[in-house]
Ligand binder design. Structure first.
Ligand SMILES: NC(=O)c1ccc[n+]([C@@H]2O[C@H](COP(=O)([O-])OP(=O)(O)OC[C@H]3O[C@@H](n4cnc5c(N)ncnc54)[C@H](OP(=O)(O)O)[C@@H]3O)[C@@H](O)[C@H]2O)c1
Length: 293
């Protein structure tokens, strides 16, 4: 593809200040796309935006939005700003994610990993869905992980009150990413909007560098086995751009190939149940937003 291949395509990507999201944004900008990147820190977002601009092809633009995805009010403000600015949105990439070694609650009273990794993509996609449908053909891509393999959705302990293990919790949210994608694809059938997710591989990024010295050391030891952010971003970029997947929806991909996720991730009933619960978990912040307006 040449440096104008994606001109006129508007792409919104979260978690583009570092790692896989930043590498993907650079690659998409190099193909001429108009990028809107989301970051929670003004400084990191400004630095990332400069890097993406430096990589950009002819005609590409880079806009920045500041949002803390752990807060539903912040996700709602982000969606409102995006809707006000863009009459057309071709691709939404839900990429931001993290793991937390200790259990923490957000302002909304939601366990933090669940809020950032699952509810933020769910809510942002819901709030932008109509615009994506109006812009069809359009694509929604979510960064999932192989870490979903051993996970189950703890429907009787969704806020992880009874038990919390950082990596186990992370796996649950990555399973939620896949179930969300399947149910979203089912609901979007016939609209011209596709929903897919992928595993980027083990990638040398800032991931799990927020959990103390031991974890930091562990991630450094994994570096020789890890791929570069650019390699980790390849499947994301392909899902966002390739004609090969223009009509594919509801898939889980690794290295540009559709793969079967775990049996738990193929449970359509769990996907529907998770959807209803996620909707309910976001309803409180909708009422607060209405009360404020
Ligand atoms: N690295 C891997 O081996 C691997 C493997 C499988 C899946 N993944 C997935 O890949 C995705 C990207 O992770 P990465 O490996 O590139 O890690 P990373 O380098 O730590 O990047 C994570 C990105 O998410 C953003 N983010 C985190 N919490 C946020 C919040 N509350 N609000 C807004 N933005 C927030 C970070 O912003 P800040 O700059 O502000 O921190 C950063 O831009 C994640 O969904 C992760 O689960 C990674």
């Amino acid at each position: 593809m040449n440096s104008r291949a994606l001109s006129n395509k508007q792409i919104l990507i979260t978690g583009a200040t570092n790692g896989i999201g930043l590498a993907a944004a650079e690659a998409l900008a190099a193909l001429g796309a108009n990028l809107a990147i989301v970051g929670r820190s003004q400084t990191r977002t400004r630095i990332a935006s400069a890097r993406i601009r430096a990589a950009a092809g002819r005609g590409a633009t880079v806009a920045t939005f500041i949002a803390d995805l752990s807060s539903q009010a912040s996700v709602r403000r982000l969606a409102a700003d995006v809707l006000a600015r863009y009459p057309k949105l071709d691709v939404l990439v839900n990429n931001a994610g993290a793991m937390y070694g200790t259990r923490q609650l957000t302002k909304d009273g939601i366990e933090l990993t669940w809020a950032v990794n699952h509810l933020a993509p769910f809510l942002l996609s819901m709030l932008l869905l109509h615009r994506l449908e109006e812009s069809a053909p359009a694509r929604i891509i979510t960064t999932a992980s192989q870490a979903h393999q051993e996970a189950h959705i703890p429907f009787n302990d969704l806020n992880a009150e009874r038990s919390y293990r950082g990596f186990g919790r992370y796996g649950e949210t990555k399973l939620a990413n896949i179930l969300f994608t399947t149910e979203l694809a089912r609901r979007l059938d016939g609209t011209g909007v596709t929903a897919n997710c992928f595993h980027p591989g083990l990638v040398a990024t800032g991931f799990n560098r927020n959990n103390g010295l031991l974890m930091h050391l562990g991630m450094t030891m994994l570096r020789p086995m890890s791929r570069s952010p650019e390699k980790g971003a390849e499947t994301l970029v392909w899902l966002a751009t390739s004609p090969d997947v223009a009509n594919v929806s509801g898939g889980y991909f690794f290295d540009q190939e559709q793969r079967p996720p775990s049996p738990e991730a193929q449970d359509a009933e769990a996907a529907r149940r998770l959807w209803e619960i996620s909707d309910w978990q976001c309803a409180g912040s909708a009422r607060s937003a209405e009360a404020r307006s």
